[in-house]
Design a protein around this ligand. Structure first.
Ligand SMILES: [Zn+2]
Length: 311
């Protein structure tokens, strides 16, 4: 994490001067920026075969850029025909339990099983596994499955997307982010990312992404990559990722928060590295899934699997 430490120390100087944050309207999703970075990181790690399939599944006008559509599931979730997808963006866990139990927690408000972000990842991964079988109507459904999977791999890594039921993952916990009104969920969806963009990355998300990718090659994460993609069964690993999120939500999201609190420098500097790591993990794991379902890598684990493309 050397690069990030360097940039962070620069950040503290900036923070000491103080600044104003501009908030976006209330939203309930890992921000556009978080999703775009997750997808860009994933796409940069695809092997040539997986890369070609992804390219073929996307509309021609995006020229193979998966990130263009990574926020699409947020855009359509309130449309009548897609309203069923709304519960797929998150998981409600019992208040203060700080655990995720798939059979206890992965359902919608009516109790319909598998209707949560961990179930959605299973469902769309499983659909994509049939890509190679071929069928007459596969292309439309496969494109949607790819976009949903890519989006939900972002959401499941946003710690507050696996939060407590009564506060809707922090949505009802009003706080100030520096001087502006916000809520705890939104702080994690977007405020931390936008503050980092403004204060660390010269308003350029490309620098944030570069920072993350430098940490893969020669930073603190280079030794951890293989553990991030450790996944024996593609269809059950989403449970593990959801458990990580609720653990982080309890330890770093909810911890010490009282409604009405003002969150500022200290919260930002201690939580930003977690946000960066979750975006990185979402991207790395999305590439792992796509490489296994579309590429030459086996769907069963290969313990010598390489994560970074050969240079
Ligand atoms: Zn979402």
């Amino acid at each position: 994490m050397d690069m990030m430490v360097l940039r962070l120390s620069r950040l503290f100087l900036v923070l000491a001067v103080g600044f104003v944050i501009v908030l976006a309207p209330l939203a309930q999703a890992w921000s556009k920026e978080g999703h775009i970075m997750t997808c860009r990181i994933a796409q940069s790690l695809l092997d040539p075969a997986a890369s070609e399939v992804v390219h073929n599944l996307l509309p021609e006008y995006v020229d193979g850029d998966l990130s263009t559509f990574c926020t699409w599931p947020d855009e359509i979730r309130h449309r009548h025909e897609y309203r069923w997808t709304s519960p797929l963006h998150y998981i409600n866990t019992p208040d203060d339990a700080c655990t995720f139990d798939y059979f206890r927690d992965c359902h919608d408000q009516h109790g319909v099983e598998n209707m949560c972000v961990a179930g959605a990842i299973q469902n769309f991964t499983s659909q994509l596994m049939h890509y190679k079988d071929g069928s007459s109507d596969r292309s439309h459904n496969m494109t949607e499955a790819l976009l949903f999977l890519s989006h939900f791999m972002g959401d499941i890594h946003q710690p507050m997307h696996v939060g407590f039921t009564s506060d809707e993952g922090g949505n009802t916990i009003e706080v100030r982010w520096f001087r502006r009104m916000s809520n705890l969920h939104h702080v994690w969806d977007r405020d931390i990312i936008l503050t980092s963009e403004k204060e660390i990355y010269d308003q350029n998300m490309d620098f944030f992404q570069e920072d993350i990718q430098n940490n893969f090659t020669d930073g603190a994460w280079s030794d951890e990559l293989s553990s991030w993609i450790d996944c024996d069964d593609l269809l059950t690993c989403s449970t593990k990722w959801a458990e990580e999120s609720i653990n982080l939500a309890c330890k770093w999201g909810y911890e010490g928060i009282t409604p009405g609190d003002t969150l500022a420098d200290e919260y930002f500097k201690s939580r930003f590295p977690i946000v960066a790591q979750r975006i990185a993990q979402g991207g790395v794991r999305l590439s792992m899934i796509l490489n296994r379902v579309f590429g030459h890598q086996p769907c069963q684990p290969n313990h010598h699997q390489e994560i970074l493309p050969a240079t």
